[in-house]
Design a protein around this ligand. Sequence first.
Ligand SMILES: Cc1cc2nc3c(=O)[nH]c(=O)nc-3n(C[C@H](O)[C@H](O)[C@H](O)COP(=O)(O)OP(=O)(O)OC[C@H]3O[C@@H](n4cnc5c(N)ncnc54)[C@H](O)[C@@H]3O)c2cc1C
Length: 385
Amino acid sequence: MFKWIIIGGGMQGSCIASRLLEEKKVEKEDLLIIDPHQQPLARWITITDKIGMEYLRSPLVHHLDKNPYSLKKYATAHDYAAAFKGQYKRPRLDMFNQHSLDLFNKTGVMECWLQGEVNGLTWTEQGWKVCVSDGHCFFSEQVILAVGVNHIPHYPVWAEEYKGTSSISHIFEMQHNLPETGDVVVVGGGMTAAHLVYALTQKETINSVTMIKRHPLRIHHFDSDPGWLGPKYLNKFEKLTSYKERRTVIQKARNKGSITKDLLIKLRKQETLGNLCIYTGSIQGVQEEAEQWQLWLENGERLKASSILLATGAAIERPGKNWLDSVIKQLQLPCAPCGFPIVPASLEWKNGLYVAGPLAELELGPISRNISGARKATERILQQA
Ligand SMILES: Cc1cc2nc3c(=O)[nH]c(=O)nc-3n(C[C@H](O)[C@H](O)[C@H](O)COP(=O)(O)OP(=O)(O)OC[C@H]3O[C@@H](n4cnc5c(N)ncnc54)[C@H](O)[C@@H]3O)c2cc1C
């Protein structure tokens, strides 16, 4: 019997695990972290490496250690050059990652790691029963759902029939590598797409790079206003009793599909150099013939491509749906019309079942999915531990 089982070892799950261990809220033998990958943050590290991201979007105090200045100290102690960038001191990605992994080594996160995918969760007389796809089941007093959303890529309607094939790949799919040659089309207008097209323009073996997005490039420093980190916006948000309204507020607050100014400058330069073509408008349909794609664009134009990469973000659905449905029914767990959990400030859904990340966003607001959200969820859950 474990005291805590954490499902998902990304930013959210690993941050909570690390703090539970560091603050001696749990012994290593009483904590289990279940994740399909070999090590913490695997999905984050793979995606950000694939798109060639060099600096985070968030500022230096947003990292996974308790002390907000821990990353600043780490940068100095390890002598990182150009450790932070711009007025908001955004950290270097490789440094951020190493800082996180060093922290997890120190606190013992890896000693509590189990590689596996959860496919069953039930409430029993002995507590929570968590089952993994290889058939093993584990019991725990408390469970934290930290599964994220990035494992459920969003496919636009015209691309749905290619889901699961290698013809059109989504950047969130871990198994696909980037093309090394040919004419590449990237679909999407946010940070992931922008980093990706820039990285592709730097590959000399690629013939052409086209970015297709539905809206003009939107410029924002952050993916939501920093006012969402504290009482400025949260006080009003917390007073909203309609969860439909909370969802609408979250959607409006998130600068979805926006990019930072420095990235815009980099893209415009590549455009001027003739290395990048940016098209605004929707794709009407695609057709594959002899390993070549034809794309029909809104303005009637046709485009040829050898590869199409989707950078269209995650699907808008509650993660863990299949295996969570039975518990939701069994315990009558409250869900909003959007399907996401309704939880109190403690983030406890019921009977020691906690949520973090996107699953906690109707309580924590638009920052819930980010690093600052992981820090906040950690604080709330630790208060109950
Ligand atoms: C390109 C990009 C850049 C970003 N930059 C920033 C930034 O600069 N600052 C910021 O604050 N945020 C940023 N974000 C947002 C956010 O911080 C990251 O997406 C972060 O990785 C989310 O962490 P997570 O733990 O919620 O999800 P994930 O990293 O996806 O981790 C969840 C883990 O749970 C696992 N899991 C899922 N289902 C199961 C299951 N059934 N059983 C067991 N395990 C399961 C997944 O495989 C995964 O390993 C960025 C996001 C992207 C995509």
